[in-house]
Design a protein around this ligand. Sequence first.
Ligand SMILES: NC(=O)c1ccc[n+]([C@@H]2O[C@H](COP(=O)([O-])OP(=O)(O)OC[C@H]3O[C@@H](n4cnc5c(N)ncnc54)[C@H](OP(=O)(O)O)[C@@H]3O)[C@@H](O)[C@H]2O)c1
Length: 149
Amino acid sequence: MCSTRNLEMVRSIGADHAIDYTKEDFTRNGQQYDVIYDAIGNRSVADYRRALKPQGSCVIAGFTTIPRMISHMIVGAWVSRTGNKKIGMMGVAQPNKKDLLFISELLEAGKVVPVIDRRYPLEETAAAIRYLETGRARGKVIITVENHR
Ligand SMILES: NC(=O)c1ccc[n+]([C@@H]2O[C@H](COP(=O)([O-])OP(=O)(O)OC[C@H]3O[C@@H](n4cnc5c(N)ncnc54)[C@H](OP(=O)(O)O)[C@@H]3O)[C@@H](O)[C@H]2O)c1
């Protein structure tokens, strides 16, 4: 899922099917999914539940408001315990060597294609953060550290 301006980019990195969230609500389009990975986390537990197939799982990586995050944790846990669909927040990623090696293999095999939006030198880190805070960065924003010897 992405907005109109990112549709082509998302297809170019391997999406078989891309949904424009400004035109279609993935929780009300009659489709159900085995797995939902939501990096933004701006939908209700009821929405995720409707969009999941029986035995399906929804992993939420981000949050937009504190009340919504608390609802994802508490209502998500209750729905997961009482029904046949799992909905929950993933918590904060804990990178480790094994996972990073696995990701580097996916990158080398071209199965994950990185998208770099902008690069900033170290001394312009504040500007990089300001750009991230717009919420409109496409892919990653990189800080480059040069060796000035
Ligand atoms: N759990 C963890 O350990 C962990 C770690 C890192 C990040 N995160 C979470 O992952 C999310 C992404 O991180 P980030 O640093 O890449 O954030 P970001 O820079 O704010 O992401 C911006 C991107 O999100 C897209 N976007 C905004 N609203 C969207 C929506 N409703 N549906 C689909 N795309 C949407 C924007 O595209 P448009 O401008 O086209 O809308 C833009 O390309 C954040 O919510 C962050 O909290 C979690």
